[in-house]
Design a protein around this ligand. Structure first.
Ligand code: FBP
Length: 250
């Protein structure tokens, strides 16, 4: 159960409830909830190290983009840190996004392979945020395009794949199948009004053979982030149903 915390760049600070504008506050809360790892950009990982180091695992994400860019340019991720920074931070894994279907796919792949090449030398796993997104893609949650992105992630050497939930256990099983053994994690997505519904998605992902989830907004926008982490972890690690896990947030 990974906590995603790159939103300050990807979406801007308006994503965060005011009490969490100090990143240490939310990081301490999710650590308290027992999160398995936090995925963040290198500078944020460095600045908040007192809140997470020695208490949870770290996935350093090395690419990002802002939504301040013109819409077309948002289909490109830029380098957001050096691989060596991730190593010096003690990263357990590194991550980078590829928008499969973007007109900038080739540039993101160059970054991906540069990171992957170094990560292989150090024996550090590489998580790919494999998001189908581009001018020809009408529905980014369509099972066929998600499968295509996941297959491309496998063939580009991803050790772990984070991608969109396709809306049902049955369709996500097809996504997991195409990963042929590479762990697939669900990307959290926009915050849900009904947390039980979000937990049902997590349950479906796990029943479909998914390996876990990487969640940001549905945790840091939850009124009780520690309990949200505990509930999600109960499904991921203990095989609890969504209804059982929901009792933990009450
Ligand atoms: P969420 O659980 O908040 O969706 O976080 C997952 C994530 O992939 C983050 O890593 C990233 O900041 C964001 O979603 C990307 O959002 P968008 O889909 O708007 O580009």
């Amino acid at each position: 159960m990974v906590f995603a915390f790159d939103h300050g760049v990807e979406h801007g600070p308006s994503d965060f409830p005011r009490e969490f504008l100090d990143p240490r506050k939310i990081i301490s809360r999710v650590v308290e909830g027992g999160v398995d790892a936090i995925m963040m950009l290198p500078a944020m990982a460095y600045q908040t190290r007192d809140a997470w180091a020695g208490r949870t695992s770290l996935i350093v994400k090395l690419t990002s983009k802002t939504n301040l860019r013109p819409p077309d340019e948002r289909l490109r991720q830029s380098t957001f840190g050096l691989f060596e920074e991730a190593v010096s931070l003690g990263a357990d894994a590194v991550a980078a996004t590829v928008y499969w279907g973007s007109q900038f796919e080739d540039q993101m792949l160059e970054k991906w392979f540069s990171i992957k090449g170094k990560a292989d030398l150090y024996g550090i796993p590489c998580l790919q945020l494999a998001y189908p997104r581009g001018p020809s893609i009408k529905n980014i949650y369509d099972v066929e395009v998600v499968r295509y992105g996941v297959r491309a992630a496998v063939e580009s050497g991803a050790d772990l794949i984070k991608t969109y939930y396709t809306g049902s256990e049955e369709s996500f099983r097809e996504v997991v199948k195409v990963a042929s053994g590479i762990p697939v994690l669900m990307s959290g997505g926009p915050p849900r009004e009904n947390f039980l519904e979000f937990l049902r998605d997590v349950e479906n992902v796990m029943r479909a053979g998914g390996s876990g989830v990487v969640v940001g907004r549905n945790v840091f926008r939850h009124p009780n982030p520690e309990k949200a982490v505990k509930a999600i972890s109960a499904i991921v690690h203990e095989g609890k149903t969504a209804e059982e896990a929901y009792q933990l947030v009450k």
